[in-house]
Write a protein that binds this ligand. Sequence first.
Ligand code: PAF
Length: 280
Amino acid sequence: MNIFSTISDTVKTLDQYRNEGKAIGFVPTMGALHDGHLDLMRRAKKENDVLVVSIFVNPIQFNNPDDLKKYPRDLEKDKKSLEEINCDLLFSPEVNEMYPETVDYKYDFGKLENVMEGAFRPGHFNGVAIVVKKLFDIIGPDKAYFGEKDYQQLAIIKKLVEMENIPVQIVTCPTVREKDGLAMSSRNERLTAEERAIAPFIFQALNDAKSHINEMVPEEIKFRLQNQFADQPHFELEYFEIADDRELQPVINWNKAPGIRGFMAVQLGNVRLIDNIRII
Ligand code: PAF
């Protein structure tokens, strides 16, 4: 596996692959790799000639400095996992390499960025879009792979690709879950044993919401779920939203079905977790 921290080395090697007519599959990450990441990578490896992974904890997408400081990092362990799945190239730059100057570009994603994660994490998606655009410019992938766990991020990236005419195919992959239903996330590492034991309640609550669509309207389901969380002392529900799966706008009835999802963000101890499932 080639491991590069500079843009020039990465571009040079990728140009060689391209000259040889090789298709490039790309999985951007912030490291602390888990099976959810590896699942995207295995698929990218299977569907392309070359697998490129980036590991970069992007400071400009964190609206909370403490979250950035505590974000799990273990580059040596990540490298071993990447070797095991035969990754061809790891791009792992320092902050100065990606941002030699202050970045102040402001994207406008319209309605998409004003709900849920966009509303609760101001500036987050702008930071994601800036880094993803930059990574796409450096890597020039044929296909890039993203998980549905970060469904709103995926919608933002699809919009970015459309707005900037980036010649890449975005491949959507289903959320990978632990056996007890908890969506895999690098942040799960930061849960205490007690918190980890109760964390599957998030997925259970989403499924409970889904099971009531025949007898309740979205508002009633939201009320039911909020009450369930009010009875859970360790969880703080940030939002639960029932929204269409394209514009991610809240729905008041089931008319937009099929294509409605339930989205949730909770604080569990010091860890913020998000999850979503298709409802109809
Ligand atoms: O989903 C992530 O890990 C990050 O938001 C991404 C897409 C790598 C951008 O930093």
